[in-house]
Design a binder for this molecule. Sequence first.
Ligand SMILES: C[S@@+](CC[C@H](N)C(=O)[O-])C[C@H]1O[C@@H](n2cnc3c(N)ncnc32)[C@H](O)[C@@H]1O
Length: 234
Amino acid sequence: MVHLTRRKKSNGTFVWSAESYREFCVTFLAANKIDISGKYNYQFGIFNGTSLRWIYEMYRFYHLSPEKILAFDSFEGLPEEQEGIPRLSGHSKGAYNVKAIENYKKDSPHQIIDKIKATLPDNLISIDWHIGFFEQILTESFMDTNPRPAFWVDIDVDLYISTIQVLDFMLRKHLIVPSTIVSFDDWGATEEYKGGESLAWKEMCEKYSVSAKEIHCNRQGTDCQIVYIVDSIG
Ligand SMILES: C[S@@+](CC[C@H](N)C(=O)[O-])C[C@H]1O[C@@H](n2cnc3c(N)ncnc32)[C@H](O)[C@@H]1O
């Protein structure tokens, strides 16, 4: 059964909710019976775990069993954007610091993670947590954990600099491969290809000669989420 999230507008028509691109990704995997064995789901940008829980529930709904979800966040909010690159005013340094939420004020990252885990319906899908700023954790010591290539990389990190760090590492280390799905939550945060996730994707596709097909786009005004599937690299 295909179950997609829609929001009813006052004029009676429906639009896809922002969360629907993640629902699209899991539905795409299930409907096309894509072989996800031996590969991982990389989630960049966890905050208080809302989207992670959503994705987890979707996997359970479709009886999909990824070997691992890898969850990455500083849990300290956004870093500074690269100088000269535009960003949304709300995407300033420290935005999305989980500790700004009353319920998490005194928590360490491990306590935040325990609270997120407690909201998941079960613990049947293994999640590896990687705490820290991407430039500090996407290193050779991460490679020592023997990471597998991604069947899906979900990027919800708001900024150009963070997206570049993720994509450059994932492509350099051959963790994004042909058939990897790459999704972006904040594609519309800046004018397309002038900043943010869209500019980072364009530059990294050029640097690594990535050819990818757009398979989903949810655009509502300036808000936009987009999903690609990689055809070939190099
Ligand atoms: C918009 S929030 C993610 C929201 C989450 N996906 C959800 O929908 O529930 C963006 C997250 O990305 C993280 N982030 C952005 N850039 C980062 C970086 N360079 N290193 C580590 N974490 C980063 C922030 O800490 C923040 O929690």
